[in-house]
Write a protein that binds this ligand. Structure first.
Ligand SMILES: NC(=O)c1ccc[n+]([C@@H]2O[C@H](COP(=O)([O-])OP(=O)(O)OC[C@H]3O[C@@H](n4cnc5c(N)ncnc54)[C@H](O)[C@@H]3O)[C@@H](O)[C@H]2O)c1
Length: 351
């Protein structure tokens, strides 16, 4: 299978690596607005062709599939053009910036008959697969509550991440998308009934802070920041379950924090910071630590699993775990939270 990668920045490196490890794949072409960046990746990974215009790349009939690793503002446009050109698509999260765009992508995917996998990489990690088995076997009973938090006290990456026009938003669309999707997936993808959210722009990017380092995008510029610092939300589902979430790029918190927990009527589980199961047997509470290689999320392992699954799905051996319609549903939740915060009241989804 000939694969091309569009967008040759930070995250593309893990896509290149994972494809390079997959025996069914030939890395065929690279595209980036920045030619030098695309050329450097092509040289490193032995891809023969380099483009700066994704349309020219998509016109090449030898290409079977593309990874879209560009800024969020071009995900929809490139994904639509790719499926229309007959390519299968793996698009990085979030699917796009708005619900309207998401629905256009879904319509184009349906019409083309091609595959589009959304890069919800956490669904593909071994720990998610382990926990999913417990959930599907009914060991935790019915999941009625989930709770997720991804707090950075100093972690606005700047660059395109803090430019709302290119990103679509701040920590909610960048970090929230991962943890909300993970909860929703583990809960069995119940239909969303309503969201109520709050968004704050109180601290900015805290560029004044000294003596504490954090990840900065390559085009970091402390004077530019148009995204929120903090978002929180309650998401209600039609089956009565609820999800409580908060995420930040900056906050006066004691320390950074990441947790993802689900609670059912027979047991509970944590998948972040570490996989952990809680149960009850013979009137006794049991706290159980699974004996596995990585109790925490393993970035390299999860990306390899995601890309191998994408390749297998393209070759008709598997069904993707993160189809386009799930990307659309996630955009409804994320955009609903922004809308709720703006309007100051709950947003209901009438179906
Ligand atoms: N799954 C994850 O855990 C994860 C982690 C980081 C980033 N991401 C996602 O990956 C995407 C890229 O993030 P990044 O950190 O690599 O950003 P980046 O800025 O490092 O790289 C993006 C690259 O895309 C190029 N680009 C932008 N628009 C383009 C276009 N229209 N045509 C061709 N090239 C274009 C830019 O020149 C840049 O080189 C984002 O959507 C982000 O949300 C996902």
């Amino acid at each position: 299978m000939n694969v091309a990668i569009i967008g040759a920045g930070s995250i593309s490196e893990v896509h290149f690596n994972a494809y390079a490890n997959n025996p069914d794949v030939t890395l065929y072409a690279v595209c980036d607005l920045n030619r030098e960046r695309a050329q450097a990746k092509a040289d490193k990974y032995g891809a023969g062709k380099v483009f700066t215009d994704y349309r020219e790349l998509l016109a090449d009939p030898e290409i079977d599939a593309v990874s879209v690793c560009t800024w969020n503002n071009s995900h929809a446009e490139i994904s639509i053009a790719a499926v229309e050109a007959g390519k299968n698509v793996l698009v990085e999260k979030p699917l796009c910036k708005t619900v309207e765009e998401a629905e256009k992508v879904e319509a184009a995917v349906r019409k083309s008959g091609k595959l589009l996998q959304v890069g919800f990489v956490r669904r593909y990690s071994s720990n998610t697969k382990i926990l999913k088995r417990f959930l599907e076997a009914g060991d935790l009973g019915e999941i009625y509550y989930a709770k997720a938090s991804c707090i950075r006290r100093l972690g606005n990456p700047g660059g395109w991440f803090s430019d709302k026009e290119r990103s679509g938003g701040g920590p909610l669309i960048d970090l929230g998308v991962h943890i909300i999707d993970l909860c929703w997936y583990l809960m069995g993808k119940p239909k969303v009934a309503s969201v109520s959210g709050n968004v704050y722009n109180r601290l900015g990017n805290r560029a004044n802070v000294q003596n504490l380092s954090f990840y900065q995008a390559s085009d970091y510029d402390a004077s530019k920041n148009t995204v929120e610092d903090l978002a929180n939300a309650v998401i209600r589902f039609e089956n009565g379950a609820s999800l409580l979430v908060d995420v930040s790029f900056t906050l006066h918190a004691k320390q950074d924090e990441l947790y993802v927990k689900v609670f059912g009527d027979k047991g509970g589980a944590e998948i972040e910071p570490e996989l952990f199961l809680v149960g009850e047997k013979h009137d006794t509470i049991l706290n159980m630590t699974p004996q596995v290689d990585h109790l925490s999320f393993n970035f390299t392992e999860a990306f390899q699993s995601e890309i191998d699954h994408f390749v297998d799905s393209c070759l008709g051996r598997k069904e993707t775990l993160s189809p386009v319609e799930d990307g659309v549903e996630m955009m409804k939740i994320l955009c609903g939270i922004y809308e709720s915060a703006e309007k100051g009241h709950e947003i209901r989804f009438d179906r």
